[in-house]
Design a protein around this ligand. Sequence first.
Ligand code: GDP
Ligand code: MG
Length: 598
Amino acid sequence: DRQKYIRNFSIVAHIDHGKSTIADRILEMTDTIAKRDMENQVLDDMDIERERGITIKLNAVELHYQAHDGHTYTFHLIDTPGHVDFSYEVSRSLAACEGALLVVDAAQGVEAQTMANAYLAVDNDLEIVPVINKIDLPSADPAAVKTQIEEMVGIDAQNAVLTSAKKGTGIAELLERIVQDIPAPQGDLHKPLKALIFDSVYDSYRGVVLSIRVLDGQVKVGDRIELMNNGKQFEVTEVGVMSPKAVPRERLMVGDVGYLTASIKNVQDTRVGDTITLAAHPAQKALPGYRQITPMVYSGMYPVDNNKYGDLRESLEKLQLNDASLEFEPETSQALGFGFRVGFLGLLHMDVIQERLEREFNLDLIMTAPSVNYRVLLNDGQEKIIDNPAKLPDPAEIKEIQEPMVQAEIMVPKDYVGPVMELAQRKRGQFDTMSYLDDYHVKVIYKLPLAEIIFDFFDSLKSSTHGYASLDYNIVGYEVSKMVKMDILLNGEPVDALSFIVHQDFAYDRGRKIVRKLKTIIPRQQFEVAIQAAIGNKIVARSTVKAYRKDVTGPLYGGDQTRKNKLLDKQKRGKKRMKDVGHVSVPQAAFMAVLQMD
Ligand code: GDP
Ligand code: MG
């Protein structure tokens, strides 16, 4: 029975612990890719992934492995991203698997995302195979890392597979362990089709290409399928597997992971997490969907060239198909014109989306300072959700402002409890409980404002605990909070896109800091630029950018023409990301200054 010889698994790890390199070695050892065609990290096929060395989109590859028991096994390997902002992608891919290789760096040991990914794997009932990688490093200490995995993750790690993906050591053993330790897929070939959509991309020739995992039954070319959430029907035009390029097949059967196209032209018709069945012989019940992903931060996105508004909309629609968590709606700004308010999972997500839009779709964008959602109760009884600081109603109309709160669970070795509590307190945290997990590890629970968590909490937490703390948080509702809107005025004119919402106790300090920061960011112009921070009518800080007197490049660089050209070039490139607000040229960095004040 063919199902017995299928293994579906993911590789999860903290960033840089080597999961992409291990995936490469596995592809090589199973001859999925000839050595000469091997580029580093073949699964990371977007340019931006290559450059940043991080995996953003998950990728599923089929490969064949002749095991020591004489049988040939079909593996489906699903690569996952490692950063906290992308954990929804991790959980999507894990839902398509029976097992996970948990890769831990032999020198670094268990880190925050090792823990977070391990929890996701446990939540999805996956068999976890611990892998200790980079054993070639002089500082590698596999024995200590084994103990650490047992203590922190709570799984047996004595027979963890020891690998050096760099040198290829241990990969042969790893392939055998995948066969032995990870269970074959369950499911019934004779039941009606049930397939999970775990990813999708838009292809201009074939339309929407869905990544699917078949949980029951089978699907073939010509079948009429139905998407169980919206009832829409399509005829299947192609099914196949990635190996690692697309290889068409006649059918996909129970246990298989592959792709499907069905002339789906409208990017809104499919949603990741939906269930596919056959129109003629439908399954009774859809698979439980993924947990609803809600954006955590919102930011305004505007084309530098106002004529590109339509292009921006189209590009966002295409990206949305690929990224279920992306949300956007039109908005206008006095300063920036027509654009969109876009929701993101976190700041890295925001960064990646901006970069993809600029590169893949060739757009120059201005993004405004990110904000969380506030709930505002007005004196007249109305309630409003405000995701854009500029839209906060007049304080005279406001009865109260509520901000989103999270319950944050921080796990940390007991020696670091002090710094963690200090940090949480500084970020307006309310202490809840602290408990010992074992002799060394403590779980601290705080209630914290989402706005404080989003921006730099995770980085501060990591640096104050040498990377040993792990953070997990859930939104637990809204709480009344003394928030005020800070306006920024340039030459007396408020710039809506620069407004931000801040807690009253921090307002003066933030006002002073942002003015100081903006002074360094806004370039000298032909006239003086006054910068002011104001709460209502009250100016809380001010500063001035002096007018420039002469050509900056002249006296500075004398006769050196190459340096002069370089500088002019740099200015020209910088210009692309400048926006004229009134008469003042404001660079992109100004809109992000609010993030860099601590
Ligand atoms: P990922 O972020 O988990 O996908 O990690 P990568 O596979 O991109 O690896 C991160 C870095 O570690 C890269 O520079 C790799 O070349 C390096 N690396 C991966 N495996 C090994 C290994 O076994 N030994 C050594 N010394 N370096 C490795
Ligand atoms: Mg990677």
